[in-house]
Ligand binder design. Structure first.
Ligand code: NDP
Length: 281
């Protein structure tokens, strides 16, 4: 039976550590502030934004909410970002993605000052990660590293296989595992012999976006399996990219969905906000 890696518990530990640090900063008269911008009212985005606000409240970070109408122009959004970039009382800026189609997402990401880029999506942040410099790291893969470290799973010298090469999960995940001295293979939809490659992994990270695709046939006995995927099934329940019931008897450790990687993403966003506050004060 695999050890279940409890993302809910680990994310709570991280949030409590941050809460204590934020309280100390407040005593010194320093308040951390995150600006969250949402354009339009996509229901999923509203849930994510709501969760981010709740996490800020819990930790003691001030959050500024910009709830902009769907018809907001690119110029109006860029002007708000510019104003926030130049506001010394704001430490982190987050634009909830996706933005409506008439707005160029790349332009928006590039407009956020790298010092306030708490999502870690700016090319300067991505570049810093790839050459080992200081910068914000995309929250989901950063959360995976914390899950591994806080579960005492050593990465050094391990065969790490990441399935998925998106800019927000797969690629930064590969870079982070490399930074931790793993031997990294990144797979994608054109990869040949996927099962064979996965079966070599000591640490297997699934970030594919395909419900329950990874079953026991992809997993080496005793491997650590991290499931980044989130899908809502027809019965209303959540599942991941990993078929938990099939893989759990084979794996050495596994993250559940829900309660694995999901809660870590917000915890790491909060971590980036506190770091931004620390750096800018
Ligand atoms: P993307 O759709 O951007 O990327 C999926 C990746 O998987 C692509 O690189 C794609 O390859 C690869 N892929 C697709 N099908 C296959 C296949 N059959 N075999 C091998 N590789 C394949 O997704 P994201 O990276 O944004 O997200 C991945 C999953 O993680 C989703 O389920 C998403 O909901 C979830 N997620 C969860 C978060 C959390 O907080 N827990 C945060 C972000 C995402 P190619 O590049 O060749 O197309």
């Amino acid at each position: 039976m695999a050890k279940i890696i409890d993302g809910k518990l680990i994310s709570k530990q991280i949030k409590d550590e941050l809460k204590a640090e934020v309280a100390k900063l407040k005593e010194e008269g320093r308040e951390i502030c995150l600006a969250v911008i949402q354009v339009g009212n996509d229901p999923a985005s509203s849930v994510y934004v709501g969760n981010k606000k709740k996490a800020c409240e819990y930790i003691g970070i001030k959050s500024l909410a910009y709830e902009l109408p769907e018809e907001t122009t690119e110029k109006e959004l860029l002007d708000i970002i510019d104003k926030l970039n130049n506001d010394n009382t704001v430490h982190g800026i987050l634009v909830q993605l996706p933005v409506p189609e008439h707005i160029n997402e790349e332009k928006i990401i590039n407009a956020i000052s790298p010092a306030k880029d708490v999502d870690g999506f700016h090319p300067a942040s991505v570049g810093a990660l790839s050459i080992g410099q200081k910068g914000f790291v995309s929250c989901t893969p950063a959360g995976v590293i914390q899950l591994l470290k806080r579960s005492d799973i050593d990465i050094t010298g391990k065969d790490c296989v990441v399935i998925g090469r998106s800019n927000i999960v797969g690629k930064p995940m590969g870079m982070l595992l490399l930074r931790e001295n793993g031997t990294v293979t990144i797979c994608h939809s054109k990869t040949k012999n996927l099962k064979e490659i996965c079966k070599r992994a000591d640490i297997l990270v699934a970030a594919i976006g395909k419900p329950k695709m990874i079953d026991a046939e992809y997993v080496k006995e005793g491997a650590t399996v991290i499931d980044v995927g989130i899908h809502r099934m027809e019965n209303g329940k959540l599942c991941g990219d990993v078929d938990f019931d099939s893989v759990e008897p084979v794996a050495g450790a596994i993250t559940p969905v829900p309660g694995g990687v999901g809660p870590m993403t917000i915890a790491m966003l909060m971590n980036n906000c506190v770091e931004a506050g620390r750096n800018q004060n």
